[in-house]
Design a protein around this ligand. Sequence first.
Ligand SMILES: [Zn+2]
Length: 348
Amino acid sequence: MWLDVAGVLMKRYAAMNTRLLAAATLLAATTFTAHAQGPAPATPESLVAAAKRAAGVDYAGTFLRICVAPDNLGGGGGGGGGRGAAPAARVVPDRATWYARPYKVFDNLYFIGTKIHSSWALTTSDGIIVIDTLFDYAIEPEIVEGLKTLGLDPRAIKYVLISHAHGDHDQGAALLQSRFGAKVVMGAADWDSTLQRPASAPGGVPKRDIAVGPEGLKLTLGDTTMDIIASPGHTPGTLSYFFPVKDGSRTLTVAYSGGTAFNFPRQAANFAIYRDSQRKMREVAEAAGATILMTNHTEFDRAYDRVRLAQLPRAAGEKHPYESDSATVLRYFEMGRDCAEAQRLSIK
Ligand SMILES: [Zn+2]
C-alpha cells in the first residue's frame, strides 16, 4: 500500500520534472531569441513616452516641469540660484501669496511650510527633526510660530535637514542653529557652496555641522531612524530621505525626494548623475516598501491640498490622503530617471 503510494508519487515527480525541464528549455530559447534580436534602443522620444506613462495622473505636473519643458532647456544654469551661487537678496512677497497655516498631518509629522514650499517637523521620543527650512521671511511665522501653534517647542529641535542648498529650502538653517542649538545636516558638496556665501546672505550662513557624503547616513533620534540618501542631480549635494510616519496603529514609510527641477547646467554628465540618483531612489524605495511620496515643493506632491484633506475624518479602512502604494511611489522615480535620460540623449 505505502509502496504503491510512493511509486505513484515518484512517477508524478518524474513527470513534473520533465515538464519543468521542458519549460526551462523553452524559456531559455525564448530568452536567447529575445536577446539575439536586442531591445529597441532608447530614444529621447521613447523615454519621454515611458516617463509620461510612469507619471500617469499622479505626477502630471512634475512630468511637465522636467520632461516637457525643463528649466535648463534654454541653456545655462537657470533659476534656483544655480550651483554654488549665493541666493540674491529678496524682497518679501505679499504674505497672502505664501502664508499657510501649520497642521498635524501624521501622529509624528507636522506641516510647517508655505503654500509653495514644504517644511516638516518630525517628532521623536527625544526631540524634533525639521526637514527643510523655507525662505528667510517664512522662518519666524511658519517654523518658529507654527511649531508653537501646534503645541511643539522650537527649543526641542535637534536636527535640521537641508535637502539641498537653494534659498527656498535652506535660509532658515542658520537661525534654527543659532537660536535653538539644532545641528544642521546637509550634503557635503552643498556645504561647500553654502560656506562660500557672504554673511549678508538672506537668512545668514549656518556653521558646518554634519556633512553627508555619497555613502549617505542613518540618523537616529530617540525612537526614530531616518535613512538619508545622497541623491545628487538637482544640486551636487542633494539629499533625499526615508522615514517612518505613524497613522494610528499603522506605520508607513515616506520617500522624500530632495531635488526635482532640471535647473543645473545642461550637460550630459549632470543628467547621468540625476538619472543614477533616481535609479538609486527607486531601489531603496522598493526595498523600504515606501507607500508615501513627498517632495519639498507643494506643487510636486500636492502637499497644500493633502495636508488639509488629512484634517477630515476618515471612514474605517480609508487611506490617509498622503498614502498611495509602492508601485505609485516607484513610478515617481521611474519618471525622473527616464526624463533625465531623455535629456541626456538629446544633448549632442
Ligand atoms: Zn532647488
